[in-house]
Ligand binder design. Structure first.
Ligand SMILES: [Zn+2]
Length: 324
């Protein structure tokens, strides 16, 4: 045996010993985008499906591209997260089937009013809806009105957290708005609000911090501006290693601002671009001149593009180990 071989062998033994000592760290969290067109990153793509190594499945911001509770891509859903009440996240309308629209023209032909796509999915899957701010009573009322269990609407308000299915969920501040469309309210009150041009109030918009059972901490930004909390709380306290960063511009941080958030404030190991409000890829390749490209070029850590149906896997350190 040469010295090099011996060295390699001892390295291998050390790695093996580490795996045996910390088996959770070797496990990965699977992230599968449920977008509008298979293999692409499209205009209204928001939904991500997270699967913890323990089997717990979490649907984040189902929006319009998940084709309701019967969408075969969903499977078992244990938890639904909704960053805020806007229709492109909650799902005021939805596609009739996966892939039924075009990348620049998502199919929103099925109305999900007055319940929302998220609530329809929660009812069918008996999933828990974990939200912050003052959103849980809205979801509890919707579940109850439709024969579901209002106790499935759980609160995780800023600074606290809940443990659901072995996964710890906290919310963080998102600098955005969070009005409830009067169409979810309906009746005379809904009509009057609509005429007056005002939305319902369910408190502040949120992002999420998820701590998976393998130790991976993920930051889901939601729609947000630049906040001091991204440094002080998301990095300083939670030390998030994977970020899902919205960068749609106009409504929230654009690609340049989002890159600053990642490079200088959150400083994760990896980031998944999200909420581009554009055709982000063509034939699975980032479109030249797109916001997605601007973001990818400006960020110093690896930026992964959420191509619908393509599962990525992340270890405890936030490193992509497969599918990226
Ligand atoms: Zn949005």
């Amino acid at each position: 045996m040469t010295i090099d071989n011996r060295r390699n062998r001892s390295k291998l033994l050390v790695a093996l010993a580490a795996l045996l000592a910390f088996p959770a760290m070797a496990q990965t969290v699977k992230v599968t985008p449920l977008g509008g067109v298979d293999g692409e990153f499209c205009l209204l793509d928001r939904a991500l499906l997270f699967e913890d190594p323990n089997g717990t499945r979490i649907l984040y911001d189902p929006g319009v591209t998940v084709a309701g509770p019967d969408d075969p891509r969903l499977g078992k859903i244990d938890i639904i997260l909704i960053s805020h009440m806007h229709g492109d996240h909650l799902g005021g309308a939805r596609a009739k089937a996966p892939g039924s629209g075009a990348c620049d023209k998502p199919d929103t032909s099925v109305s999900a009013m007055p319940n929302s796509n998220a609530v329809d999915i929660a009812l069918a899957k008996n999933a828990k809806i974990v939200t912050g701010s003052e959103m849980p009573p809205f979801f509890a009322a919707k579940l109850k009105a439709n024969g579901g269990n209002p106790a499935n609407a759980l609160l995780a308000r800023f600074g606290g957290s809940v443990l659901v299915g072995g996964v710890r969920i906290a919310t963080v501040n998102a600098l955005h708005s969070n009005g409830v469309d009067p169409d979810y309210i309906g009746g005379e009150l809904g009509q009057a609000m609509k005429q007056a041009g005002i939305a319902g109030d369910v408190g502040l918009a949120t992002g999420y911090i998820i701590t998976f059972s393998n130790g991976l901490v993920a930051y889901l930004s939601g729609d947000t501006g630049i906040t001091a909390d991204q440094d002080l709380v998301v990095r300083g306290h939670y030390n998030a290693k994977l970020a899902v960063m919205n960068m749609g511009d106009g409504f929230s941080t654009g690609p340049v601002e989002a890159a600053y958030v990642i490079n200088d404030l959150v400083k994760p190991a990896s980031v998944i671009a999200s909420h581009a409000n554009e055709v982000g890829t063509v034939n699975g390749i980032v479109r030249p001149g797109s916001k997605t490209e601007t973001f990818q070029k400006a960020v110093k850590v690896p930026v992964y593009i959420p191509r619908s149906g393509r599962t990525m896997q992340f270890d405890a350190a936030g490193k992509c180990t497969a599918g990226c």
